[in-house]
Design a protein around this ligand. Structure first.
Ligand code: EPZ
Length: 415
């Protein structure tokens, strides 16, 4: 099994380029099922999750041609309403297929989703919305079966501003009969990117980012060429890498507006950050203070940056507290950080992190995507060598992480 080997690295320095957003790419790739014709998607990250999505789209009848970070996806023909269980259970993003397949094929058979083991990852809000739009739903043998000859607009209140449920219901509503209103909708930038892709195809969507989204169903969507937003979590991970090594540098190909909560927190901790139209400069050469963090739906501090900051707070002056309010089991990386000499105590959804720890390299195991990124960050500043197993988790969400970190001075490679 491959491992990532990280050794204590100098203060990182230089420019690093962000890839396209995983969490924008997955719903947008799923959305291509809705158009009879060829969509061209640019700034696409090449990740395990996106490769799996291409395999599923092909199995459904799509013709996918990829060239580095561009994909041409032609859904003139959609033959199937389901794909292999093994493929669909590999990642959470496969559940975004439910709505477009149901809308196109009038039925869909989707496996209960996979993804990071950060909580039980229910889909009740997705199903509540589909039922409100007229779908019949059956669950069994690890699958969800959906049937509906024509989805109808409905008013849906989400008990939690679920990113996936918001995206699935937008995908269900764009070709439905009538108006759909999604209340208490999520406002993450990836949702706006999906909506912008659909609007470019002819969809009528209003209010994205406001908490209440209105969609007026149209008869047909036209295929387009579209460039996906960059990955704010990858950008935040690189900002954390500069911060944890006391370095300075520039993150290119990113919209700073998408990173506001992370930038605000790092500034509060003492980093100097300059935001520009499509890049961010960070100077973390002065020792950083600790901080208290509570993860929240956007525009709050992103849960996908919680693990990375757990590692960072081990190295800052003083102790910090991180409260994880979005997922119920997102501290899997804490035990591994403590193996490296961290002193982090968990009490329910709160973690208490002692600073000034000077971590030491160890053999550790990545148990989810962002937890794996946290272990990489810890390895960059730990004395000695850190060997990280569970690399497949990291490959799901980071394009060439080792190569990009090496380009700014990181002592890291994939064995
Ligand atoms: C998306 O997951 C992202 N994944 C996650 O990123 C991200 O952490 C999460 O949104 C929150 O921002 C993709 O976009 C592929 P949710 P999703 O539905 O849609 C509860 C990463 O590291 N909930 O907003 O699964 C749920 O239990 C990944 O890139 C219900 O109760 O997140 C959780 O507590 C990890 N019922 C909370 O909502 C539902 O039907 C947030 O889940 C759906 C969700």
């Amino acid at each position: 099994m491959s491992e990532i080997i990280v050794k204590k690295s100098p203060a990182l320095c230089g420019n690093v380029v962000c890839s396209g957003s995983k969490n924008a790419a997955l719903p947008i790739l799923a959305a291509t099922i809705l158009t009879e014709g060829k969509n061209v998607i640019n700034n696409l990250p090449r990740l395990t999750d996106t490769e799996n999505m291409f395999e599923i789209l092909t199995a459904l009848g799509g013709v996918c041609n990829t060239n580095v970070n561009t994909a041409e996806i032609d859904f003139t023909n959609c033959r199937e309403y389901s794909a292999s269980y093994e493929l669909m259970t590999k990642f959470r993003g496969s559940f975004f297929l439910a709505a477009p397949i149901l809308s196109r094929m009038k039925r869909a058979r989707i496996s209960m989703p996979g993804g990071c083991p950060i909580g039980n990852r229910p889909i009740d809000l997705h199903l509540k919305g589909f039922a409100a739009m007229g779908a019949e739903i059956e669950k069994g043998h690890g699958y969800v079966d959906l049937y509906c000859p024509q989805l109808k607009g409905a008013k849906i209140y989400l008990d939690f501003p679920s990113v996936g449920a918001t995206e699935n219901l937008i995908l269900a509503a764009v070709l439905a009969d009538g108006e759909t209103i999604i209340e208490n909708a999520a406002a993450e930038p990836e949702i706006a990117d999906l909506a912008n892709f659909l609007i470019k195809q002819g969809a009528k969507i209003h209010g994205v980012g406001s908490g209440t989204i209105k969609i007026y169903g149209v008869k047909r969507l036209e295929p387009v060429t579209y460039s996906i937003i960059s990955d704010r979590i990858e950008a935040g991970t690189f900002m954390s890498a500069f911060a944890i090594t006391g370095g300075k540098g520039r993150i290119d190909n990113i919209n700073p507006v998408h990173l506001k909560p992370v930038t605000a927190k790092l500034t509060e901790m003492g980093a100097e950050i300059d935001e520009h139209r499509n890049y961010i400069c960070i100077d973390a050469t002065k020792p950083l203070n600790s901080a208290n963090i509570k993860t929240l739906p956007f525009p709050g501090f992103p849960t996908d940056m919680q693990a990375q900051f757990s590692a960072l707070l081990c190295e800052t002056k003083g102790s910090g507290i991180i409260v994880e309010t979005v997922f119920e089991n997102r501290f899997l990386h804490i035990g591994e950080l403590n193996r490296m000499g961290a002193n982090i105590r968990i009490d329910g959804r709160s973690s208490f992190i002692e600073g000034n720890k000077h971590l030491s390299g160890a053999k550790v195991n990545a148990m989810d995507l962002r937890g794996g990124a946290a272990l990489v960050l810890a390895g960059l500043c730990a004395d000695g060598e850190t060997r990280i197993s569970g690399v497949h988790h990291i490959k799901r969400g980071y394009e060439n992480l080792c190569g990009k970190l090496r380009s700014i001075g990181g002592n890291i490679f994939l064995e």
